[in-house]
Design a protein around this ligand. Structure first.
Ligand code: ADP
Length: 206
């Protein structure tokens, strides 16, 4: 078996700011951000895969595991081939995957999860408003409808939260997601930079 990708999960309820933080972190040398939501949204909507995605996301449901993981593996392979992800130098920041305990099990041979950054926000109303604003700005139809958002939260509670149990509390760091993006990023960097230093040594210097 080839070496597993050394990874950190960016984790939290829909709307909590995983994408924003993941993108910021992905600009720092040594970190490669990968979001399954972004992969899905970049599919041609008229293609078979694009249609499958839309069917599920329009209801706030998860796309089936086998389909999701296959697409994810292909995407990682492409990133490596094109030099956009260098497993020997970069920590993989996973946003949106694994999204259920079953996905975590199926990906056990692909990723070594070193830490989980759990972004936490107490106020659902704040999240709801954030998501509806973003829906219009970013053309995200899945976030425009309050009923769909509420369904995404219940899917999160039911299917995604068990991922934390799967990996165990010791690997989990809670990050307060209410605050300016810079403040949240600072807390995230405090958690992940030492991991990069410990696991990759001076790989960035070469
Ligand atoms: P958010 O970041 O707002 O939580 P995403 O952009 O990650 O949402 O995901 C949008 C939609 O894409 C999800 O509602 C789901 O339908 C689908 N999706 C993304 N990642 C996965 C996954 N790992 N497994 C199944 N479905 C997924």
């Amino acid at each position: 078996m080839s070496a597993r990708y050394r990874s950190v999960l960016i984790f939290g309820a829909p709307g909590v700011g995983k994408g924003t933080q993941g993108k910021l972190l992905g600009m720092v040398p040594g970190f490669c951000h990968l979001s399954t939501g972004d992969i899905f949204r970049s599919l041609d909507p008229e293609s078979e895969t694009g249609r499958v995605f839309r069917t599920y996301s329009a209801r706030g449901e998860l796309v089936p595991d086998e389909f999701t993981i296959r697409l994810w593996r292909e995407h990682v392979r492409k990133l490596i081939e094109t030099g956009r992800y260098e497993p020997q130098r970069q920590l993989l920041i996973l946003d949106g995957i694994p999204r259920s305990a079953a996905q975590a099990q199926q990906m056990a041979g692909d990723i070594e999860v070193l830490q989980i950054l759990h972004l936490v926000a107490g106020d659902e109303q704040v999240l709801l408003e954030r998501m509806q604003r973003r829906a219009h700005r970013e053309n995200r139809h899945d976030d425009a409808d309050a009923a769909v958002i509420r369904n995404r939260w219940s899917v999160y509670n039911r299917e995604t939260l068990p991922v934390l149990e799967h990996y165990g509390e010791e690997r989990c760091v809670e990050i307060d997601a209410i605050g300016s993006p810079g403040r949240v990023l600072l807390d995230i960097l405090r958690a992940v930079v030492p991991i990069h230093e410990e696991r990759f040594g001076n790989a960035l210097e070469g």
